[in-house]
Design a protein around this ligand. Structure first.
Ligand code: DGY
Length: 319
């Protein structure tokens, strides 16, 4: 009997591939680069399942072109790269990879908070350039974390993990989300506030909301102006939640003190003015980039496809 064919748009860890290969005929794109929608359409022809990554744009047109595909398993927790509503209308379930990357992504948010607050990356650059001339009482001062207020925008799994880690650093936590959890249901101390209050009160704002039409450009000139002058903005979610040009303006004007970014509005392009600024820490979208995590993501992707083709509901269906 002919085996079901699965097309994988990008090389993923062996753990998931091996699991898939036991059950399916698996074809991985031979190019380890982003495929164009036309290439995805062509290469997926004849496959019944597809594994996509967060940078594959699967819009209406491509969904229409994926005539043989019965399920898309996105190798990411985010799924803003896929028109999931249109896929649903066409009867194509889409799955994601939640939970397995929560702690790793929260670690990167904490790392960015520490780096911007204590000028860690800037300090490393200075030492390498021979700029360390000895201890000075007034040299290279940052800000401490104890008793500062961390404002979490988006209190989902990753936002909650960041809050818990930050509590151990002595932060007070406030948050804004479309859902107002009460303290008891969260199981730790955090206060729900309006978006305005989040902007006004936070010493650090860490963004953890998904990218949707409502959250696109949620942080613009207007929001940065309302933040404290000494505040820092951290983004490990999706770049377009921030209008990058406005962030650059806010940093240059001193409306906020700094930023830590793992994601960018026009990824992989980074605004050149951000690169020139010392009070900004820039990472190359590595929130989930830990060996164990990426392996687990590949297994989740495989489990979803296996469940679906067994006739079960895939565990991480998002549409
Ligand atoms: C995710 O899982 O959404 C990460 O951003 C990697 O794509």
């Amino acid at each position: 009997m002919e085996r079901t064919r699965i097309f994988v748009t990008r090389r993923i860890p062996e753990a998931g591939l091996t699991k898939l290969q036991k059950v399916f005929d698996v074809e991985v794109s031979p190019f380890d680069r982003n495929l164009t929608p036309a290439e995805i359409g062509e290469m997926a022809a004849g496959a019944q399942g597809m594994v996509s990554i967060a940078t594959d744009t699967i819009d209406r047109e491509l969904v229409d072109g994926l005539t043989d595909i019965k399920i898309i398993a996105n190798y990411a927790v985010g799924f803003d790269n896929i028109d999931i509503e249109y896929a649903r209308q066409k009867g194509i379930p889409v799955t994601n990879t939640p939970d397995v990357l929560t702690q790793a992504t929260a670690d990167i948010a904490m790392a960015l908070i520490l780096c911007v607050a204590r000028r860690i990356v800037e300090g490393d650059r200075l030492v390498r350039k021979g700029g360390f001339k000895g201890f000075y009482p007034m040299f290279f001062l940052g800000v401490e974390l104890e008793n500062k207020t961390l404002g979490i925008y988006g209190m989902g799994r990753i936002g909650q993990a960041v809050a818990k880690k930050a509590l151990n650093f002595g932060f007070k936590i406030i948050y804004h989300d479309k859902i107002s959890h009460d303290g008891a249901s969260l199981g730790f101390s955090a206060r729900y506030v309006s978006f305005e209050e989040l902007l006004r009160e936070s010493d650090f704002i860490s963004i953890h909301a998904p990218l949707t039409p409502e959250t696109h450009h949620r942080f613009t000139k207007e929001e940065f102006k309302k933040m404290k002058n000494g505040a820092y903005c951290i983004n490990t979610a999706r770049g377009p939640l921030i209008r990058e040009e406005d962030l650059v303006g806010a940093l240059k004007e001193g409306w906020i003190a700094g930023a830590g970014l793992d994601v960018y509005e026009f990824e992989p392009k980074v605004h050149p003015d951000l690169i020139a600024l010392d009070n900004v820490v820039l990472l190359p979208h590595i929130g989930s980039a830990a060996i164990e995590v990426r392996e687990r993501m590949s297994v989740v992707v495989a489990d979803n496809l296996i469940a679906f083709f067994r006739g079960e509901s895939p565990p991480n269906k998002v549409n």
